[in-house]
Write a protein that binds this ligand. Structure first.
Ligand code: GH3
Ligand code: MG
Ligand code: MG
Ligand code: MG
Length: 317
């Protein structure tokens, strides 16, 4: 089919997630019953560097929306407004949550409809035959907005690690994929820096901030492709490892300990102290009946508490 998309959904999401950090291809989801319209938009958008994902009805469009997190959704007004209230709400809620602009195209523009279209949460309402250069520029503009906002909303400003909002979103997505048997499982390490208050007390808050940044940098050196570090809050982090192996998680954490030990807070000072941490590891196997993100985190937190109670600077299960 001329509309087949080569990259898998997983691949597209990966790109999309990377886009929260760097420039990478942006996806436009075109939902339309009109094959000619889709082909025409696809040619236009691909020429501008976008990748196009197509769906012929709202049901399939919704599936693509969840799987690929596009930067813009372009949809026929007839599909958005005649496919049933429930699916329309689902599209509008999901795009609002992920800050994905929705552009509605209409074959016959009715100015009287515009108010209702905008009131529903749609960002742009345009004629389907609008000049193609103008459409390209509009879509680039909206895609930029989407990526900018997502970056601002999903990353922690101090350290550049992902934030808790991203953690919740990413973990629930992965748990869902595990339930659908499309994911091999994962491990989460909940990490809390040891005696961090002392770091602030000894060196000042600014130095404490630097330590948090250094910690995140070192985590980057042990992370593999799909591993993700999130700042959970304060001096607590969640490291998501993409394989359900306790052993691998432990190996990465000990590699991290070695790196941190070599990187003292202030090597010129005789009061130098190494950055140490305690961690609680929770593994979710592919066949486990996984539950809610909160439960997963809370179990990792229990293990973290054990590590603290057992003398810190160690991991527990
Ligand atoms: P332990 O976890 O080993 O029990 O001891 P702790 O000293 O780390 O204990 P606690 O969790 O109570 O203290 C965490 C400290 O981290 C308190 C807070 O001032 C500091 N902190 C949290 N966020 C930041 C931050 O963004 N920058 C700096 N500099 N300090 C922070
Ligand atoms: Mg803490
Ligand atoms: Mg604490
Ligand atoms: Mg602490």
């Amino acid at each position: 089919s001329p509309l087949s998309v080569q990259a898998s959904a997983e691949e597209r999401r990966k790109n999309k997630r990377a886009a929260a950090g760097n420039a990478s291809p942006q996806f436009v989801l075109v939902i339309s019953t009109d094959m000619d319209h889709i082909v025409c938009r696809r040619n236009l958008l691909e020429a501008s560097g976008f990748q196009v994902i197509a769906a012929f009805d709202l049901k399939r469009g919704l599936k693509q929306l969840y799987d690929t997190l596009p930067s813009v959704v372009l949809i026929d007004d007839s599909l958005l407004f005649n496919s049933g209230e429930e699916m329309r709400q689902q599209l509008l809620e999901k795009t609002a949550t992920d800050f994905i602009p929705v552009i509605v195209t209409a074959k016959d523009m009715n100015p009287a409809d515009a108010k209702n279209v905008y009131a529903s949460g749609v960002m742009d309402y345009i004629p389907a035959d609008k000049n193609s250069e103008e459409i390209s520029a509009l879509i680039s503009n909206r895609a930029r907005f989407c990526d900018y906002v997502n970056r601002a909303v999903l990353k922690d400003e101090l350290t550049g690690a992902y934030n808790r909002r991203f953690l919740n979103r990413e973990l629930s997505y992965r748990l869902q994929r595990i339930r659908e048997n499309e994911h091999d499982g994962l491990a989460v390490a909940l990490i809390d820096l040891d005696h961090f208050k002392q770091v602030n007390d000894l060196y000042g808050h600014a130095k404490g901030d630097e330590v948090l940044q250094a910690f995140v940098q070192e985590c980057g050196t042990v992370a593999e492709n799909e591993d993700i570090l999130c700042r959970y809050g304060g001096e607590e982090f969640a490291f998501i490892f993409n394989r359900p192996s306790v052993k691998e998680a432990q190996l990465k954490l000990s590699a991290l300990r070695v790196r941190l030990n070599e990187r003292l807070i202030d090597s010129r000072s005789d009061r130098s102290v190494p950055i140490q941490f305690s961690a609680g590891i929770r593994v979710i196997a592919a066949d486990e009946e996984t539950r809610h993100v909160d439960e997963l985190i809370s179990e990792a937190d229990d293990a973290l508490y054990k590590a603290k109670a057992s003398g810190r600077n160690q991991d527990c299960l």
